[in-house]
Design a protein around this ligand. Structure first.
Ligand code: ATP
Ligand code: MG
Length: 621
């Protein structure tokens, strides 16, 4: 397809047309992947029971590896680097092909078949890519879990996804610490009943862990020495490819699946529109393995497009200069980052983006939470040659709801906004009755989702419940659970979660409205606000080295008052409660303040934060 540059007006009408005639919109995009058998149709049925490219037979691993060999054999598929920058690897497309085949061969020997679920628990190392693609090569279903979930949560997920095999690594390294993953797995499987029968361990050259006979196999011991070839298994476009769990910000994480055909096509189109990558681009996705962002980039787009990716094991703030040094080292041109990572860079200071040579960098994409205007202007001032993009999506709908698709045209960025209608999905802002609201009026964000990247529910027993959760609140629409408004030019502003909206006497206030004012204070790093009756309570993390005293408290309150918000209490804390994917769990703050049961907090990044918060609230509330 010849790529054309569109005007804002044309992109808007493309979004309208795409939703009116989705089959037509997606027809040519079916060619982004190679089919073993072409689909019979583009679309069949209505959401949430819609089927995309039905009858089409394909294989993700074939698309990510085999088909590139004639042209890209020697091209670097991935670089891998650790957080000390003292270990690195370079993997060509030919290496990737060899390694994926070896991993597939071993999984085949272990009995993995089409539609079986295989779990993976490891850091961002090359084997994570090899085994994930090997799972897809066999037509099996991938379930990647976060390193650092609690024993209970992990065992729940093994049971929920039903995997009999777990692929793990002996250890991971993060922020200078050794994480003994295999020991942790031993404990989980000893203390909980799960369907896991075999544990395949990537030893990484270590041997200081237990090997349990009949159950554990060390990959390096049985890895084929010579070349092997495993034929990719054809799968129908609508069969499950991968299971994801939502972040657990607003409640118990929900298990969903995405498909082998439509999902991959939709993601590839989304990234053509956002990044418009060229063959010379090097793309680094700063994400843990367990967040859908990691597989989306490193399995379903970078190798499928034949690009070069960077895998990074560790913590971005382990050293102040890590971000820019990695960009310099690999000439990174595209970065996909979580909002929390961008905030972390800002809190590390200008050096974090200025120590290394970042002249190769052309775009940073934010995902995860609304990027506050302060962080955007800090990035723009320190990286003036870099475009900052945004894409707002959710696990249930892994296709941008709103974005700044610079790949499609010159789109002005508006700080604080998630961007414009993204062709292929369609958002509206509605009131309590589901009536569309005019520009600038705040309401609920709903979707007319009609694209191949809407997730299906993994477990049938959840189906009715989830229909109720997403499709019944506003009949005819999919409800995102988010709150916001649209401006006159069609830009969407996500103001927070609908559950977190603060009902003050006169109006409803989205959490982001107040938080973005607080973080614009020069001595503040992060903030989270919650409603408490008619009052607003703000939890504030001061910047490193800032003296916490009454004057600062009053100063922040004045800042808010000048912006039109009355904040009743400011509570200084060391850190905020965040999920593994870096999202603020405001419901936990509410529960602590109201002395209520917080519900499922299984994805809380560090349980120790609970005591810290209780302590701070006891002293300051
Ligand atoms: P749960 O559904 O379990 O409560 P979650 O909603 O945080 O958790 P995810 O699917 O990981 O789980 O996150 C999707 C949510 O993240 C969106 O509903 C939205 O609130 C927020 N989000 C993601 N990207 C952006 C963005 N670029 N701008 C604003 N908000 C975003
Ligand atoms: Mg959600």
């Amino acid at each position: 397809m010849v790529w054309k540059i569109y005007s804002l007006h044309q992109i808007r009408s493309m979004a309208r047309v795409a939703i009116e005639d989705p089959s037509n919109f997606w027809r040519d995009k079916a060619n982004y992947i190679t089919w073993f058998k072409a689909p019979e149709k583009i679309l069949e049925g209505d959401p949430p029971k819609d089927k995309w490219f039905p009858g089409g037979i394909t294989n993700i691993s074939y698309n990510a590896v085999d088909r590139h060999l004639p042209k890209l054999r020697n091209k670097v598929a991935f670089y891998w680097v650790n957080e000390n920058l003292d270990h690195e690897k370079e993997i060509s497309y030919y290496d990737l092909y060899q390694e994926v085949n070896k991993a597939s061969y071993v999984l085949n020997q272990l009995g993995v078949k089409k539609n079986d679920v295989v779990s993976i628990l490891m850091p961002s190392i090359p084997e994570a890519v090899y085994f994930s693609l090997a799972v897809h090569r066999l037509g099996a279903v991938l379930a990647i879990h976060y390193v650092g979930l609690s024993e209970e949560t992990l065992s729940y997920r093994f049971n929920d996804c039903g995997s009999k095999i777990l692929i793990t690594s002996s250890k991971a390294f993060r922020n200078g610490n050794e994480i003994r993953i295999k020991d942790f797995v031993d404990n989980v499987l000893k203390s909980h009943t799960t369907p896991i029968q075999k544990v395949l361990v990537v030893s990484r050259g270590f041997s200081d862990f237990n090997v349990i006979g009949n159950r554990d196999i060390i990959y390096e011991d049985i890895k084929p020495k010579g070349k092997v070839y495993v034929k990719p298994t054809g799968v129908e476009a609508n069969e499950p490819a991968t299971i994801y769990y939502t972040s657990g910000t607003t409640g118990r994480p929900k298990g969903l699946y995405h498909t082998n055909g439509g999902y991959i096509i939709a993601l590839n189109w989304a990234f053509k529109a956002i990044f418009n990558p060229t063959e010379n681009d090097t793309w680094w996705t700063i994400s843990e393995l367990g967040w859908p962002v990691w597989p989306m980039a490193n399995l379903y787009v970078i190798p499928v497009m034949g690009l070069t990716g960077v895998l990074f094991e560790g913590y971005i703030a382990h050293k102040r200069d890590l971000f820019s040094k990695i960009i310099e080292k690999f000439n990174v041109s595209l970065v996909w980052s979580s909002t929390t990572t961008l905030y972390t860079l800002k809190s590390l200071g200008d050096e974090s983006v200025k120590s290394g040579d970042t002249s190769s960098l052309r775009e940073i994409l934010n995902t995860g939470e609304p990027l506050n205007a302060g962080a955007w202007s800090w990035l723009s001032e320190n990286l003036p040659h870099v475009k900052i993009a945004d894409a707002y999506w959710m696990t249930e709908h892994l296709y941008p709801i709103a974005a700044t698709p610079y790949g499609l045209g010159e789109i002005p960025y508006k700080p604080g906004s998630a961007g414009i209608q993204f062709p292929g999905s369609y958002f509206l802002v509605v009131d309590d009755e589901g009536k569309q609201l005019p520009p600038r009026q705040k309401g609920y964000i709903v979707l007319k989702p009609l694209n191949p990247a809407e997730a299906k529910m993994w477990n049938d027993h959840n189906y009715e419940k989830l229909l109720k959760q997403y499709w019944s609140r506003f009949p005819g629409y999919f409800y995102t659970g988010d709150y916001g408004y649209v401006d006159e030019e069609g830009y969407l502003y996500v103001l927070g979660r609908a559950d977190d909206v603060i009902r003050s006497a006169e109006e409803r206030i989205g959490t982001l409205e107040v938080e973005s004012v607080i973080v614009s204070h020069p001595q503040v790093a992060e903030a989270a606000v919650i409603g408490h009756g008619n009052n607003i309570i703000a939890l504030v993390v001061p910047k490193q080295g800032v003296m916490v005293e009454e004057g600062l408290r009053n100063d922040i309150k004045n800042y808010c008052r000048n912006a039109g918000y009355l904040v009743d209490k400011i509570i200084f804390v060391k850190r905020l409660p965040k999920t593994k994917s870096g999202k603020i769990m405001r419901r936990l703050l509410r529960a602590i303040i109201n002395n209520e049961n917080p519900g499922d907090i299984s994805t809380l990044d560090d349980m120790k934060v609970l005591e810290e918060l209780k302590e701070a609230l006891k002293e300051q509330l």
